[in-house]
Design a protein around this ligand. Structure first.
Ligand SMILES: Nc1ncnc2c1ncn2[C@@H]1O[C@H](COP(=O)(O)OP(=O)(O)O)[C@@H](O)[C@H]1O
Ligand SMILES: [Mg+2]
Length: 225
């Protein structure tokens, strides 16, 4: 079963006088455990694609299915629940809460989702998984960039999402730390059967994973590896 499917998806934005085309006729199908990389220039449509994948925005035309549910049929409430329970996000600038400890940052998605998952042990498991349980009581500003991104990955995985979306996750890291982050996400994809979709400018990073695409002028094309 496809976890994510796009059928002839189009999206444009009204900006000033003329509409701007962001996606034109995107078709894709990703399975559980896929590690997908999407490379493309600025303005190519990467963020639009991730927003549609996360149910943050709807297509003008075409259909999107997440685990066999048609996204356009879901209510706002259902979409919020979908994001809280089934999708994890990792961002270029980590987006940790500066006033919360590492432990509290990782716990936050469970609190928002009113999750019944045994929170304390789940947070510890994930912080051990990324090798940072010994920093649980530190604050984000006390960590290096690579460590902050590992915390962000723990936070993104704590509610056991089906899909992990990563927008330039290595964009602010040196190549050694970037490589560690990619390895961690690859391990997570195989350990938890999470579908990872990673957007990047970096061809070296884009070569990781098992499905590779380029997006340019709103058109998604597979890259053979
Ligand atoms: N909210 C918006 N309003 C108007 N135009 C937008 C908006 N978001 C994106 N676009 C346009 O859509 C195209 C694709 O943008 P985007 O998906 O952000 O590309 P990328 O993330 O690859 O840089 C660009 O031409 C961009 O200017
Ligand atoms: Mg973008």
């Amino acid at each position: 079963m496809a976890i994510i499917q796009f059928i002839d998806v189009h999206k444009s934005y009204l900006s000033g006088a003329a509409p701007v085309t962001a996606l034109q006729g995107v078709n894709l199908s990703f399975e559980a455990g896929d590690f997908v990389t999407i490379m493309g220039p600025s303005g190519g449509g990467k963020t639009t694609l991730l927003n549609l994948l996360a149910g943050l925005d709807l297509p003008d035309m075409g259909q999107i299915f997440l685990q066999d549910r048609k996204v356009s049929d879901l209510s706002d409430h259902d979409l919020t629940l979908l994001r809280r329970k089934e999708i994890g996000f990792v961002f270029q600038f980590f987006n940790l809460m500066p006033t919360l400890t590492i432990q509290e940052n990782v716990e936050l998605p469970l609190l928002l989702a009113h999750s019944s998952k045994t929170q304390g042990s789940r947070v510890q498991t994930l912080l051990e998984y990324v090798g940072l349980w010994d920093r649980a009581q530190s604050f984000p500003a006390e960590l290096s960039g690579g460590e902050m991104q590992r915390v962000a990955i723990a936070r993104a995985l704590v509610h056991q999402p089906v899909i992990l979306l990563a927008d330039e996750p290595t964009g602010n890291l040196d190549s050694e730390n970037g490589q560690k982050i990619i390895e961690l996400m690859q391990r997570a994809a195989s350990d938890f059967n999470t579908t990872v979709i990673l957007v990047t400018h970096n061809p070296q990073i884009a070569a990781c994973g098992n499905k590779h695409f380029e997006i340019r002028d709103g058109k998604l094309t597979p890259i053979s590896s």
